[in-house]
Design a protein around this ligand. Structure first.
Ligand SMILES: [Zn+2]
Length: 236
C-alpha cells in the first residue's frame, strides 16, 4: 500500500475557515503502513493541533485506534479530524495580499524551539508584548520563503527544520490598517546564536514555558502557545 501524506480532508480542515463550517465526525482514515517512528500533525475536534504518533503500546494497536501526542496524551481516533505527516506538512500559499483590494494580509510566524525553550522577541513596533519572529509575506512570496527571510532579518539565524503547524485567519488589525490576516505558523529548529536587530526589537532570547506563561505576550502568540499545549499545562 503506497504511503499517503495526509488524510483526505487535511487540505480543508487545516485552516480555520473550513474547520468551523465543516460537518463532522466522519471516518477520516488511518495512516496504515507507516513506520512507528513517523510523527504527524493531528487536529482535534476542538480545533487544537498536536504533534503525535500512532500509539502502539495499548491493546488497541491492531485496530490503530489511538494517537499519543508528543506531550504523552492519549487521543482516540474518533476525535481526530485530520492528520498530516509532520515531515512533509503543507500546504503552501501561492499568493500574497491583493494590492488593489487588500482584504487580508498573509503573515508567517516562527515557533522556534531548542531544548524545550522558545525564541521570543519584544518588538519596537506593532502590538505590545513578546512574540515569536513573524512578519508579512511580501507580494508573490510563499510562506516558506517569508519564514526564511523573517528569521534571517530578525535574528540572523538559519533554519534547519520547519513544519507548518497552524494556518488560520485571524481578525487582527496591523499597523498598516488591514483587519484580517491569514497566518502560517511554523515549528522551527535553527542553527547559530540569535542576534538582536536593534531596529526591529528591544530584546531577543530563549524562554522556557514556565517563563512564557507569565510573560506579556502578543495575544495571537498566547493563543498559539496554548493551542500547541506549550503553556496551558504549566502550573503557575
Ligand atoms: Zn497586515
Amino acid at each position: 500500500m503506497p504511503l499517503v501524506e495526509a488524510s483526505p480532508r487535511w487540505p480543508n480542515f487545516a485552516t480555520t475557515e473550513y474547520f468551523v463550517s465543516g460537518g463532522f465526525p466522519f471516518q477520516e482514515g488511518w495512516p496504515i503502513g507507516y513506520p512507528r517512528e513517523e510523527e504527524f500533525i493531528i487536529r482535534l475536534r476542538d480545533g487544537s493541533f498536536h504533534r503525535a504518533r500512532v500509539d502502539f503500546t495499548t491493546q488497541y494497536r491492531d485496530e490503530g485506534l489511538r494517537w499519543r501526542t508528543s506531550r504523552g496524551q492519549l487521543v482516540d481516533k474518533s476525535i481526530v479530524v485530520c492528520w498530516h505527516r509532520a515531515s512533509t506538512v503543507g500546504p503552501r500559499a501561492t499568493s500574497c495580499f491583493d494590492g488593489r483590494h487588500p482584504i487580508r494580509h498573509h503573515s508567517v510566524g516562527a515557533m522556534i524551539e531548542a531544548d524545550g525553550a522558545f525564541l521570543l522577541i519584544n518588538r519596537r513596533k506593532g502590538t505590545p508584548g513578546y512574540a515569536g519572529i513573524a512578519g508579512h509575506q511580501e507580494y508573490g512570496e510563499t510562506p516558506d520563503e517569508a519564514l526564511i527571510r523573517e528569521i534571517g532579518e530578525e535574528s540572523g539565524l538559519q533554519i534547519c527544520h520547519a513544519e507548518l503547524v497552524i494556518q488560520e485567519d485571524v481578525e487582527e488589525t496591523c499597523r498598516r490598517g488591514i483587519p484580517r490576516h491569514l497566518w502560517s505558523v511554523y515549528w522551527c529548529r535553527v542553527q547559530g546564536a540569535p542576534q538582536l536587530n536593534q531596529d526591529e526589537a528591544r530584546a531577543i532570547g530563549w524562554y522556557m514555558p514556565t517563563e512564557i506563561v507569565a510573560m506579556p505576550l502578543e495575544p495571537v502568540w498566547r493563543t498559539w502557545f496554548e493551542r500547541m499545549q506549550i503553556i496551558n499545562t504549566v502550573k503557575l
